[in-house]
Design a protein around this ligand. Structure first.
Ligand code: PGA
Length: 256
């Protein structure tokens, strides 16, 4: 099955709107409209509008947000609704990132509510899953991934699922410089796809893209992307520099 790779930059709490604009101007020149990969950049909320102005005519690079609230509007001080993001022209929203789970206490039920609201609004989730080192060492990888998938994607419709991107990010590999080996990534991705197959059937399982995330760098991209079930990357640290992120996108295009 030929799935087009999708590489996404997760800037986390980095870059002002001015810095985001400087990055995008440079980056767009470096990637030069390659049609071999889909690219998305997720700046902080306050940089989304300025980023969109530059990306509106981009043939490769889409805009992503790092979070959303599941309600349409109301008394939720400090939160951002999906309608607000759609109004700017956001294409993807990252949900279930391990930092949101661990630092902000987000659970599978909340992530499921966000996934449902995104599907209802026609915005694509980048749905993150992944085990901690303790869970891996305790032999719980499969049970953790299965729970995150079953509970987080509960009651979602298969038509919308094809547009969803799954990001497998082992928590012990995020920001640590310790990447999963290509074999470890492939094993977790194949398992993830098998659970998607059980829940949503063959068509969704064959088409859905599963990104790997956790210390992805230009020099490990090709090997990771060369694995059968790895269809892209969610990149934190190495996406903050335009040259390094462009190299990751180019290397992903070569490997598939
Ligand atoms: P990292 O972050 O590339 O810095 O490990 C990945 C992520 O958290 O999405």
């Amino acid at each position: 099955m030929n799935r087009k790779p999708i590489i996404a930059a997760n800037w986390k709490m980095n870059k002002t709107a001015t810095e985001a604009v400087q990055f995008i101007e440079k980056f767009e020149n470096l990637v030069g409209g390659s049609s071999l990969v889909d690219i998305a950049i997720a700046p902080a909320f306050i940089a989304l509008s300025a980023s969109k102005e530059l990306l509106v005519n981009s043939s490769t690079t889409a805009l992503a947000a790092q979070n959303c609230h599941f309600e349409e509007s109301g008394a939720f001080t400090g939160e951002i609704s999906i309608g607000m993001l759609k109004d700017i022209g956001v294409d993807y929203v990252i949900i279930g990132h391990s930092e949101r789970r661990a630092i902000f206490g987000e659970n599978d039920a909340l992530i499921n509510a966000k996934a449902k609201s995104l599907h209802a609004a026609g915005v694509n989730p980048i749905f993150c899953i992944g085990e901690t080192l303790e869970e891996r060492d305790g032999g719980e990888i499969e049970s953790v991934l299965r729970r995150q998938l079953e509970d987080g994607l509960k009651d979602l419709d298969s038509v919308n699922m094809i547009q969803t991107v799954i990001a497998y990010e082992p928590v012990w590999a995020i920001g640590t410089g310790r990447t999963a080996t290509p074999e470890q990534a492939q094993e977790a991705h194949a398992f993830t796809r098998s659970v998607i197959r059980e829940i949503f059937g063959d068509s969704v399982a064959d088409q859905i893209r599963i990104q790997y995330g956790g210390s992805v760098k230009p020099d490990n991209t090709k090997e990771l992307m060369g694995q059968e079930d790895v269809d892209g990357a969610l990149v934190g640290g190495a996406s903050l520099d335009p040259e390094s992120f462009a190299d990751i996108c180019k290397n992903a295009a070569i490997s598939d």
